[in-house]
Write a new protein. Structure first.
Length: 506
């Protein structure tokens, strides 16, 4: 696995004549150490159509300085990136190839820009001699390696916070620089500036996309947003970042749901096969995500028991069981992301967005076409909730409530897609559907937890361990499910008020 660090930095405009002010006057700084000038030579790689740059990703091979090697940077927030590092080699590290696969796919990564930098480095140190931030004055020469070989040159100042430092310290540095007339850079990175200043022609960016006007525009904007989310979350899932599998699965479900809901706008003859593949992907991601949720729930339930009710090696058995299941599910998830079927799905989404299969209703005003689709999903949900509430407690009701949960998600996602066009009424409707979904989701989690607890009890009994604690937990999960069922009529009453639907136009 590549080394990783969180990079927090800010960039400032400068000229060849710019001189740093006395930074020892910044609060907390006791000394400024001048480390001298380092010569850096970095080649940046991307696809010919600059897919990485479009998503603000940076891939480079750098020599010189103290961190020579391959660097891959993912944006986190403004001025914050996760930087992964691999040792210097002649070819792209295998770990980086996997992290970039969702964006690159079968496209070749080629050198696009070379940056030669003379970096004059200063370290800001505290009273103990610990590093607070690195300040560098970089004199940069950029050469475009594709499209004509244009060049550009500039000088900039970079302030990078030390590992685990307080971001507020950079505010103090910026204030001191500002008093010296040094202003923040308009460019987020050296690569972005190099590409802009050496570009053979102006390229289209996401900001250039026309604003949605018709019902079709709004639906396609939502589809594009979810498709981009899947691609963006792929590396996070591979890195096993917290909540990444869940977020990717949610994006997959949202996308499939909106394709099914807005069948009057997008031709289902084209979207249904895509929806089938999205269903497959969500199911595969669910293997890992469901285990993650189940682990957290069982640990929380166990932590909530008095010690007198915990008999036998309960925690050890739960830990072994969880690790074994999670390790297997994680390997399978990564294998899915490396597979041809998944990459084909991403290509099909690109094709759908490049040539959307719009139907006549897509040209209508969003205030007419979108509410109809949302309310159709509401009626589906109402029928399923009504059916579930008519059933006696037990297996059949559990299944019916799970089906109602699925319908609540579709109604919620339909309203979310319509929100940019319909505004506050769509938001209030989506919030109410989310409340129903959350309650039914907790009920379903209890059903799954009880099945797992029974399995653990059987395993414990077979190993000669007490199964008492597993039975106690099972009973508590039963009580939790019954509580959710008692709450459902009231939650549903709030979600099904006619006034809420009328505000949508229903």
């Amino acid at each position: 696995m590549a080394d990783s660090k969180r990079e927090i930095e800010r960039k400032y405009e400068a000229t060849a004549e710019t001189r740093l002010p006395d930074l020892s006057r910044v609060a907390g700084v006791c000394a400024v150490a001048h480390l001298g000038v380092a010569e850096l030579d970095a080649v940046y790689y991307d696809t010919e159509d600059l897919r990485l740059a479009a998503d603000s990703l940076t891939l480079r091979r750098r020599t010189g300085g103290g961190d020579a090697g391959w660097h891959l940077k993912f944006p986190v927030a403004s001025g914050i990136r996760d930087e992964l590092r691999e040792p210097l080699s002649d070819t792209l590290p295998r770990s980086f190839a996997g992290l970039l696969r969702s964006r690159v796919r079968d496209r070749a990564l080629v050198p696009v820009v070379r940056l030669l930098s003379a970096r004059d480095v200063h370290h800001l140190l505290d009273a103990d001699g610990a590093l607070l931030a690195e300040i560098s004055v970089d004199r940069v020469r950029a050469e475009r390696l594709t499209g004509g070989g244009a060049t550009a040159a500039w000088t900039e100042i970079e302030a990078e916070l030390a590992d685990d430092g307080d971001p507020a310290f950079l505010d103090a540095v910026e204030h001191r620089l500002g008093k010296a007339g040094i202003r923040p850079s308009a460019s987020p990175s050296k690569l972005a500036r190099a590409l802009a200043e050496t570009a053979p022609e102006r390229s289209t960016s996401p900001a250039d996309r026309p604003r949605p006007r018709t019902a079709g525009d709004h639906v396609l904007a939502y589809v594009r947003h979810q498709a981009e989310a899947i691609v963006a979350l792929d590396p996070a899932v591979r890195r096993d970042l917290p909540d990444s599998v869940h977020q990717m699965r949610v994006a997959t479900r949202r996308l499939r749901s909106v394709l099914r809901t807005y069948r009057k706008i997008l031709d289902r003859g084209v979207t249904d096969p895509v929806g089938d593949e999205l269903k497959w992907l969500a199911a595969e991601l669910g293997i890992d995500r469901d285990q993650e949720v189940l682990d957290a729930r069982l640990r929380a339930r166990l932590d909530g028991l008095p010690r007198t009710l915990v008999l036998g090696p309960v925690r050890g058995r739960l830990r072994i069981w969880s690790v074994a299941r999670r390790n297997g599910s994680r390997r399978r998830t990564v294998a899915v992301l490396d597979g041809k079927r998944y990459l084909a799905l991403l290509e099909s989404l690109d094709t759908l967005l490049a040539a959307p299969p719009l139907l006549p209703a897509a040209s209508r005003a969003p205030g007419r076409a979108l509410p109809r689709a949302v309310l159709k999903e509401y009626r589906r949900l109402a029928a399923r909730v009504g059916h579930a509430l008519e059933l006696p407690p037990g297996h059949d009701r559990d299944v019916a409530l799970h089906e109602a949960r699925k319908a609540a998600k579709r109604a919620r996602y339909a309203a979310e897609a319509a929100r940019p066009a319909l505004g506050r009424p769509a938001k209030r409707f989506a919030d109410r559907m989310k409340a129903v979904q959350s309650l039914l989701g907790d009920h379903q989690d209890s059903v799954v937890a009880r099945e797992a607890l029974r399995t653990l009890a059987v395993q414990a009994h077979a190993a000669g361990e007490p199964s008492f604690t597993w039975g106690v937990l099972h009973g508590r999960e039963e009580a939790a499910a019954e509580a959710r069922e008692r709450e459902l009529p009231e939650v549903w009453e709030r979600a099904s008020r006619a006034k809420l639907r009328a505000a949508l136009g229903g």
